[in-house]
Ligand binder design. Structure first.
Ligand SMILES: Cc1ncc(C[n+]2csc(CCOP(=O)(O)OP(=O)(O)O)c2C)c(N)n1
Length: 366
């Protein structure tokens, strides 16, 4: 397993990828933004202000390190547990939180599941809820990039559970045969909801699966942001220079529940959670920055304060927007609304006049 930073923050061997100081600070700041967004997301759900949330605590390094290895022209086909990739690419916090609320400020107007962000301008593709369906789409995009000679690289994201889907095989096989400029990226957080890794695969590692498809696979320490960066960067450089696909497995741990609807106490031991708390990716990177003489108390305080302030302000802003109207379901789907939908819209408008239900202003029934 590739590791750059040991759990005590010291450097492991000569693997250090030579990341400039300002970028090290940005990596740390973004990881803290993800943790802050996460804490707020769960709180908003628990207090009934949003309907659903998918936390990604423990996987901040795995998300941010991978996104940092991409260029602006590259594509991300993310999963619902990758908000750090959007934040690294420059997504607006207000837009992300608006999406959690699914109100009129949300780009998707509440039509997507929460945590299924989409940022067209950042090439952060709308998230597929059916597990692994994004993988063949990612390979298709990579093939288009290859045919059009654009030099774009595609990051195809999945969890360990995603590797059991047929779409994983289809995508890996096609990319291997046609040398698509695609980096397959698996965050192995060791659970697919309640199914542990050993119930998922008999393979020694997830990364080893790449061998059968004819391209390199590497396992890295997913709680070590520089190891993730290094592994993904090498894969991205290979893809961009015509070397074809690679598979990177980031070994990590989902510190929280699968989603706000899940209780992990029912299927995994508390001692295991405690063990992984000691490997917290943010703590490890802080220790590294301290050892490098980059970290100060003032930087730490400012980073957390700014992150919390930004999230709180964004929530405040987003809550001003009301819920989408019922009739908005007919909008922005067809350029020309088909006659049968026109008829249904007219029928709905008539029905709304009876007052039995309101067209807007109703809180989502939680
Ligand atoms: C095709 C399909 N089957 C089942 C589900 C239900 N489901 C949602 S998330 C999930 C677990 C996925 O686990 P993994 O790929 O390891 O990602 P993680 O949630 O751990 O990040 C499942 C089974 C789904 N969304 N799609």
């Amino acid at each position: 397993m590739l590791q750059v930073i040991r759990t005590d923050g010291s450097l492991q061997g000569k693997n250090e990828p030579g990341v400039p100081e300002e970028m090290l600070r940005k990596l740390y700041r973004t990881m803290i933004q993800v943790r802050t967004l996460d804490e707020k997301g769960m709180l908003l759900q628990r207090t009934g202000r949003i309907g659903f949330y998918v936390p990604s605590g423990g996987q901040e390094a795995a998300q941010v390190g991978a996104a940092a290895a991409l260029d602006a022209i590259d594509w991300i086909f993310p999963t619902y547990r990758d908000p750090g990739m959007a934040l690294w690419k420059g997504a607006s916090l207000i837009e992300m939180i608006a999406h959690e609320f699914g109100n009129t400020a949300d780009r998707c107007k509440g039509r997507q599941m929460p945590n299924h962000y989409a940022f067209k301008e950042l090439k952060y593709v709308s998230i597929s809820s059916p597990i692994a369906t994004q993988l063949p789409q990612a390979v298709g995009t990579a093939m288009a990039a290859k045919m059009c000679k654009t030099k774009e690289v595609v990051l195809a994201c999945m969890g360990d559970g995603g590797t059991s889907e047929g779409d994983f095989h289809v995508a890996m096989n096609f990319a291997g045969v046609y040398k698509s400029p695609c980096v397959f990226y698996c965050q192995n957080n060791q659970y697919a909801i309640s199914v542990p890794l050993r119930g998922q695969t008999a393979s020694e590692t997830i990364a080893i699966k790449a061998k059968a498809y004819g391209f390199p696979g590497v396992q890295c320490d997913g709680n070590d942001v520089l190891a993730v960066y290094k592994a993904v960067k090498e894969a991205v450089d290979r893809a961009r220079s015509g070397g074809g696909p690679s598979f990177v497995e980031a070994l990590t741990y989902r510190m929280g529940p699968h989603s706000s609807s899940d209780d992990p106490k029912r299927y995994r031991p508390a001692a295991e959670e405690e063990e992984w708390k000691k490997k917290d990716p943010i703590d490890r990177f802080r220790k590294f920055l301290q050892k490098q003489g980059i970290w100060t108390e003032a930087f730490e305080k400012e980073t957390w304060d700014k992150a919390r302030e930004a999230v709180n302000e964004a929530v405040h802003e987003v809550e001003k927007a009301g819920p989408p109207t019922v009739t908005s379901m007919f909008e922005e789907v067809y350029a020309q609304v088909p006659p049968q939908l026109e008829e249904q819209r007219a029928g709905l408008i008539e029905y709304l006049k009876t007052g039995e239900i309101k067209d807007s202003g109703e809180a989502f029934p939680l």
